[in-house]
Design a protein. Structure first.
Length: 472
C-alpha cells in the first residue's frame, strides 16, 4: 500500500488482503467492494445577513445485500465523497460482523456545525432529509440514518419529523432514522452504545490471559491505564464505562485544543464539565497540560482509544506509540502504513469495524422498537418479577426461613428496556470477539484481528449473495 491511497482505497485494500484468503470469484468480490449507489447533491442556505451559501451533501449506500441500509450522517467541514464511500463500506462490514441485518450506508453535509445558528442547522437538516426522500434514499425499509461526527439526537429528531410529515399515516415512518431522543421514538442506551461497545471489546480482549501475556500485561481490564482521544459521544462514554464498570484508570484525555494527563486517573465527567465551563480541556485541576493534542497518543499506557476522527495514527507517529492495545472507537483512526509499524511492534489492534459496532447494534434495537411499537420489557417485566417471587416463596417453604423485603426487591426484579439493551449489546460484542479471535488464532494465514474481521464480513456478505442466487 502506498502512502497516497485514499480512505476508500484503504478500505478496498483491506478487503483485498482478506479476500486473498478466500476462493470467491472476482465478480463477487467486486460486487462486495464497490458502492451500490452514490447520491451527491447541493442546496442553498441563507445566512442571517441575507447572503446565500450552497452546501455540498452526500448519501452513499454501499451494499444492498440486506435492506434497509444503515449508517450515520456526519457534519464536518472537510468531508468529501471518498470519505463517505469509505465510511459506507465500513458500515457494511461492521453490520455483518455483529450480525445486524442491514447493508452499509453513510451520509454527510460539508459544514462545520459550529458556524451555523440553531435555526440554520434545523433548516439544513430538514432540507437534507427532503432531498433524500425525493430520491428514495431514506425510509424504514430503504435506508435508515443515525448520528455520526457532528450530529446527535437533535438532528435525528428533525429528520424523523420531516420524514413523518412527508409520509402522513405511515405506521412505521418513525423507524426512518435511529439515535432519536427518547420522546421521539428513541431507545434507552443508544447514546452510550458505541462507547459501551468499546468497553466490552476491550474487556473481552483483556480476558484472554494468553494474549495479555504476549503483550506483557496482566489479564483483566481492572487497573489498565487508558488514553482516550476525543471527549465526544464515543470517547466520553467509553472512558466513563471503562472507569466505572471496568475499574480502569483514564490517564489522559485529548481534544482538539490540547490534552491533559494525570497518572492517578481522570474523571471524564468532571473533565467534560470543566471543558464546558472554560471552553477548553486544558488547565484541569490536578492534571498536566499537553499543548499538542496528538502528543497524548504517544504517552506510556496499556490501551489507547482513538475516538475522534480518521487518520490520527499515521506513519509519522506510529513508531512512538507506546500503547499495547488500540481500541478503534472512531472509524479509520489508523492508516494502513501505521498499522504495519504497530503490528511489527506486537500491538493488539481491535479494529473499528468491530470495536465501534455497538452504536449500530443498539440502532438495530431502536429500529425493532419502532417497528414493533412497543418497548421491550413492557409486557413481561411484572410477569418476570412474579415468577421470581414464586421461586423465592418456594425456597422459603422448603427451608422454613423467611427472606427480608430487601432480598425480595433485589432478586425479584423484572428486566426493563435498559437491561435488555445492555444485555443484547454485551452478548453481541462478546460473541463477535470470540468469533474474530477464533478466525485469527485458528488460521496461520490470518495475521491480525482486522484481517479476521474483514474475512468474517466478506464470508457473510458473500453467503447472502450466494443465497440470493446471484453468485455461485
Ligand atoms: N455512525 C455510527 C457508526 O459509524 C452509527 C451508525 C448507526 O447507528 O446506524 O457506526
Amino acid at each position: 500500500m502506498t502512502a497516497h491511497t485514499s480512505f476508500f482505497e484503504n478500505v478496498i485494500n483491506y478487503v483485498d488482503r482478506a479476500a486473498a484468503l478466500t476462493n470467491h470469484p472476482k465478480g463477487l468480490l467486486d460486487q462486495i467492494k464497490h458502492c451500490n449507489s452514490v447520491y451527491h447533491f447541493e442546496f442553498p442556505v441563507r445566512h442571517p445577513d441575507g447572503s446565500i451559501e450552497v452546501v455540498k451533501a452526500w448519501r452513499v449506500e454501499h451494499s444492498h445485500h440486506k435492506l434497509p441500509t444503515k449508517g450515520g450522517i456526519r457534519y464536518a467541514p472537510e468531508v468529501n465523497e471518498d470519505e463517505v464511500k469509505a465510511l459506507a463500506a465500513l458500515m457494511t462490514y461492521k453490520c455483518a460482523i455483529v450480525d445486524v441485518p442491514f447493508g452499509g450506508a453513510k451520509g454527510a453535509i460539508q459544514i462545520d456545525p459550529r458556524n451555523y445558528t440553531l435555526d440554520q442547522l434545523e433548516r439544513i437538516t430538514r432540507r437534507y432529509t427532503h432531498e433524500l426522500a425525493k430520491k428514495n434514499f431514506i425510509g424504514p425499509g430503504v435506508d435508515v440514518p443515525a448520528p455520526d461526527y457532528g450530529t446527535g439526537e437533535r438532528e435525528m429528531a428533525w429528520i424523523a419529523d420531516t420524514y413523518m410529515a412527508m409520509n402522513p399515516g405511515h405506521l412505521d415512518a418513525i423507524g426512518c432514522v435511529t439515535g432519536k431522543p427518547l420522546s421521539q421514538g428513541g431507545i434507552r442506551g443508544r447514546k452510550e452504545a458505541t462507547g459501551r461497545g468499546c468497553f466490552y471489546a476491550l474487556r473481552e480482549a483483556c480476558a484472554h490471559a494468553e494474549d495479555m501475556k504476549a503483550l506483557g500485561l496482566s489479564p483483566g481490564i481492572a487497573g489498565k491505564r487508558i488514553v482516550v482521544q476525543g471527549l465526544g459521544n464515543v470517547g466520553y462514554h467509553a472512558a466513563k464505562i471503562c472507569r466505572e464498570e471496568g475499574h480502569a484508570i483514564i490517564i489522559a484525555i485529548a481534544e482538539r485544543e490540547g490534552a491533559i494527563t494525570n497518572p492517578n486517573g481522570l474523571n471524564e465527567t468532571d473533565v467534560f464539565q470543566h471543558r464546558k465551563e472554560t471552553g477548553s480541556i486544558l488547565n484541569f485541576p490536578g492534571a498536566t497540560n499537553i499543548e499538542n493534542s496528538l502528543d497524548a497518543l504517544e504517552l506510556d499506557c496499556d490501551a489507547l482509544i482513538p475516538a475522534a476522527l480518521e487518520n490520527q495514527i499515521t506513519a509519522d507517529n506510529a513508531a512512538r506509540i507506546q500503547a499495547k492495545i488500540i481500541v478503534e472507537g472512531a472509524n479509520g483512526p489508523t492508516t494502513p502504513e501505521a498499522e504495519e509499524i504497530l503490528l511489527k511492534k506486537g500491538v493488539l489492534i481491535i479494529p473499528d469495524i468491530y470495536a465501534n459496532a455497538g452504536g449500530v447494534t443498539v440502532s438495530y434495537f431502536e429500529w425493532l422498537k419502532n417497528l414493533s411499537h412497543v418497548r421491550v420489557g413492557r409486557l413481561g417485566k411484572r410477569a418476570e418479577e412474579a415468577n421470581e417471587r414464586r421461586i423465592l416463596q418456594a425456597v422459603e417453604l422448603l427451608t422454613g426461613q423467611k427472606f427480608t423485603d430487601d432480598i425480595f426487591t433485589k432478586v425479584a426484579k423484572g428486566s426493563d428496556e435498559q437491561d435488555f439493551v445492555n444485555s443484547g449489546l454485551e452478548d453481541t460484542m462478546v460473541v463477535a470477539y470470540q468469533r474474530l479471535r477464533e478466525i485469527w488464532k485458528g488460521d496461520s494465514r490470518v495475521p491480525d484481528l482486522r484481517t479476521a474481521a474483514f474475512l468474517d464480513a466478506i464470508e457473510k456478505v458473500a453467503r447472502a449473495y450466494a443465497e440470493l442466487g446471484i453468485f455461485p
